[in-house]
Design a protein around this ligand. Structure first.
Ligand code: PMP
Length: 417
């Protein structure tokens, strides 16, 4: 009998048959509150009627029109429409299918445009699972162990992670910027450094927001040395953090913006955006792919943008995020084991520590499983799996937030009482 590879680890025991909004259903018709959103993908909720209608209409017209062979209208329309939300100046776009492919596109562009080999990444970042992007990933060894040699030319500098170090944000930021200068002095000299690649909020690395001073420090050094600043907004983009792009929280614009996940409400689509003068430095023929910018995915992305705008989902992410954070903090205040509740918008992590103050993935996992049994689907993140993250669709309403917060409180109590 053929079976799935054991490499696929399933975080919950659910066999999902259909979904609507933030709800998923199994074969028996049991309803689950899905606060995973397919790892932050189904931004407009499961099967939003407008996204379904747009995709269905496109399926009936044209499913695949390979973009280096012929052009198709959904890609042209999406490109134009993204001008409504992209930071000004980032007006040349390239599309692919997955976050990893888009990060690789940014990497190739940065190297070709600068003629420099090295990339500086920030500890705890997750950038993908291809060998090149796994080489850029430092959120866990599991993403690269066993398939070395990895891509050369990657240097790791600290991310300002106050909770991990037990420091204030200011201390963590001062340390991270000092170490970045150290990295540029001792490991990767500026004229060999093509890019700084960073997540505005560490995702898989534990839901750790960066801060304005840190990103200003990166921007300054990038400008001073001609290094490109690349923001991986694969998880943080499309309204997730209560702004359309997380970078808006920090008043900084990158040279290259990487997007995926929320863009297509579940259809595979990703892309990069850069200024024209930078994007034109890409060598002809060096970016592409058979499936990139699939016509149905582009139609779904246009509908996703419509829904986000019409239903004011970015504001909803900010409001529901504040409501959920307050509720999670109220629960955390009753237990020493929940060391920190942090995040931006609807990207919120609960960090568990043991009695000795060490990251406690076992307890986080037990609470996550308890919540799944009670009908609330959640994922873990962080190097030790010590953070349970809440990342629901942006359509979540206040009643659903209350319901999830109550199930969480019950689950925490069941494990820690
Ligand atoms: N970058 C970030 C910040 C991500 O969170 C992810 C996926 N979790 C990726 C890149 C890789 O995206 P994909 O799985 O679509 O290749």
């Amino acid at each position: 009998m053929t079976q799935l590879s054991g490499a696929l680890k399933q975080a919950t025991p659910v066999l999902a048959t259909h979904g609507k909004g933030v709800n998923l259903y199994d074969e028996a018709g049991r309803r689950y509150l899905d606060f995973t959103a397919g790892i932050g993908v189904t931004s407009t909720g499961h099967c939003h009627p407008k996204v379904v209608a747009a995709a269905q209409e496109q399926v009936g017209k044209l499913i695949h029109a390979q973009y280096t062979t012929v052009m198709h209208q959904p890609l042209l329309t999406l490109t134009e429409r993204l001008g409504e939300v992209l930071p000004s100046g980032l007006d040349r776009l390239f599309f692919a299918n997955s976050g990893s492919e888009a990060v690789e596109a940014a990497l190739r562009l940065a190297r070709q445009a600068t003629g420099r080999p090295n990339i500086v990444v920030f500890h705890g970042g997750f950038h993908g699972r291809t060998v090149a992007t796994a080489s850029l990933t430092t959120s866990h060894t599991r993403y690269s162990a066993g398939f070395a040699p990895l891509m050369a030319g990657v240097h790791v500098s600290p991310f300002p992670n106050p909770t991990y170090y037990g420091w204030s944000v200011e201390q963590a930021t001062e340390f991270a910027l000092k170490e970045l200068d150290h990295t540029l002095q001792t490991l990767s000299q500026p004229n060999e450094t093509a890019a700084f690649l960073v997540e505005p909020v560490l995702g898989e690395g534990g839901y750790v927001p960066g801060n304005t001073e840190f990103f200003a420090g990166l921007r300054d050094r990038a400008d001073k040395y001609g290094i490109l600043l690349v923001f991986d907004e694969v998880q943080t983009g499309w309204g997730r953090t209560g702004k359309f792009w997380a970078q808006e929280h920090f008043a900084v614009t990158p040279d290259i913006l990487v997007t995926a996940k929320g863009i297509g409400s579940g259809f595979p689509l990703s892309g990069i955006a850069a200024p024209a003068a930078l994007m034109e430095k890409v060598w002809p023929g060096s970016q592409g792919g058979t499936y990139g910018a699939n016509a149905v995915a582009c139609a779904a992305a246009i509908a996703t943008l419509d829904v986000i705008q019409e239903e004011k989902l970015v504001d909803n992410a900010a409001e529901r995020g504040a409501q959920l954070t307050d509720a999670l903090r109220a629960t955390a205040s009753k237990y020493d084991a929940i060391h920190d509740v942090r995040g931006l918008g609807l990207m919120i992590g609960n960090e568990f520590r043991d009695a000795d103050g060490n990251p406690d993935g076992a307890t986080a996992g037990a609470v996550q499983r308890e919540a799944a049994d009670r009908g609330l689907l959640l994922l873990n993140c962080g190097p030790w799996g010590e953070v349970v993250r809440f990342i629901p669709a942006l359509v979540v309403n206040d009643k659903e937030v209350d319901e999830a917060a109550a199930l969480w409180a019950e689950s925490v109590n069941a494990v820690l009482q």
